[in-house]
Write a protein that binds this ligand. Sequence first.
Ligand SMILES: Cc1cc2nc3c(=O)[nH]c(=O)nc-3n(C[C@H](O)[C@H](O)[C@H](O)COP(=O)(O)OP(=O)(O)OC[C@H]3O[C@@H](n4cnc5c(N)ncnc54)[C@H](O)[C@@H]3O)c2cc1C
Length: 531
Amino acid sequence: MADRHFDVVVIGGGPGGYVAAIRAAQLGYKVAVVERDKLGGVCLNWGCIPSKALLANAELMEKLQDREAWGLKITGEVGYDWDKTITRSRDVAGKLNKGVEFLMKKNKIESIKGSAKITGKAAAVNGKPAWSIAVQECVVKAEITSAPATPGATRETVTATNVIIATGSVARDLPFARFDGETIWGAREAMFNKGQPKRLIVVGAGAIGMEFGYFYHTFGTKVTVVEMMPNILPVEDDDVCVAMEKVFKKHGMEIRTNTGVVNIEKVGSGLTATVKVTVAPMVKGADGKIAPDASKKEVLEADKVLLAIGVKGRFDGTFDQSLGLATERDHLKTDFRPVGWDGPGKGTTNERIDYKTNLPGIYAIGDVIGPPWLAHVASEEGVLCIERIAWRDKKIDHEPIPLDYTVIPGCTYCHPQVASVGFTERHLKEQGLVKGKDYDVGVFSFSALGKAIATRNTDGFTKIIRSLPRGEILGAHIMGDQATELIAELSLARRLEATTEEIICTVHAHPTMHESVHEAALASEGRVINS
Ligand SMILES: Cc1cc2nc3c(=O)[nH]c(=O)nc-3n(C[C@H](O)[C@H](O)[C@H](O)COP(=O)(O)OP(=O)(O)OC[C@H]3O[C@@H](n4cnc5c(N)ncnc54)[C@H](O)[C@@H]3O)c2cc1C
């Protein structure tokens, strides 16, 4: 049988890959997606969506724990079915996976099951160079974070004029603590585990670490969060980090910031195994570097430890090494430059880039090309990548608008939620900008907001940083109920270069959480009404 040829082959069916494939099909290309596990990728199957299902359970639990304040009377004890909680989250993921399968059919995209490996150049098709891609049998143990994918025999070879690599990322572990699927957990074990640990140590207080920390803590697990940076959620603005830490501590979570992990030791085996995590305070050494102080070590004990310390690009077996596809810092190298990789403040903002690798006709998008590792970024990159290919192929008559990497909302979905867009005030200060001269800040506390008081959601605030003298939104930072929804208004405002004045003259419905955006904009101009 002759090799099947496609205009576009997308490797990986996550939010980057499947969205790129749909846009390519809409533009009239003959498209295939090769996925070795489940369509929907990490996001739909093991990330964004199933974790939010678990968090929804936790929020409900929290409300029930707070029942007296709500005037609820429940006779007997409020219990929960752990197994059902986990199963519900898996069912939600399964439903969305089926949804993506349907979308592939609807858009007449060839969905090919297997592990894709770019093996080399193929014969040109219609005068255009092409690549050969082997589709291999593959066994994936999806519920294990280290997710060993073992490609086997080649089932078929396809060829493509354009290849988009959207193979995502895998979690990082530590040299002295490898994921073992049992005691040393990554996100997958934390999401899938059938038995609730009594004690859990979460290493890394980023969004994933704090979301799981909140989930387990709410269900009664004793959670200790260890973070080497001075604050939890270290990418957020300082006042948000401090306020979030206060809330979590008030609720009884143990949080150790400025603390490094120097060793992790598993004690025993099987279900009764425990774990000893040796930590030490981070201090500045004689060389000016911040490192754990070995003289002040302390051992923490738990049943499980969750490593939530970041990710690296996944491209095991995706291409033949002899092709010389360039990589950088554990990711695929493209013309996209992640912020900070080429020096402080440097990186792609809204330049016209193609997401091209060093090999012509091979592109890469999503987590595999570096931070920010977010589903919405992967999807937008997928759309833009294929639209730029189409523009060069003269299928689109205007050059696509580039993605503005300074307008990417980042969200953490525990309760209270956190969401932000644009610059932090910390960053502006580091850049030498001065409050009152270069920028102003408006903060509106939820404790003064009618809707927040009515719904018992007074922990939190909206903060807007406006430029001076014109008042464009430099950054927005929201902590509290519905923060992850509220941020959309401020993302749009920043994208449109709107000013606080334009937010102020936009009527916001009452009573809503959105009024906090209106009031924060007013506050940034020194004319807040309701506080
Ligand atoms: C617990 C958790 C919670 C998260 N929550 C959020 C959130 O709330 N919001 C958010 O924006 N992001 C969140 N993320 C991050 C988000 O999941 C990723 O940014 C997103 O999935 C990246 O999309 P992608 O398409 O680049 O890759 P992926 O979603 O990882 O998809 C890549 C796909 O490629 C397949 N693949 C890999 N190699 C091959 C190969 N050689 N052949 C065939 N197929 C291959 C994989 O099986 C996978 O299905 C979360 C992540 C985790 C782990």
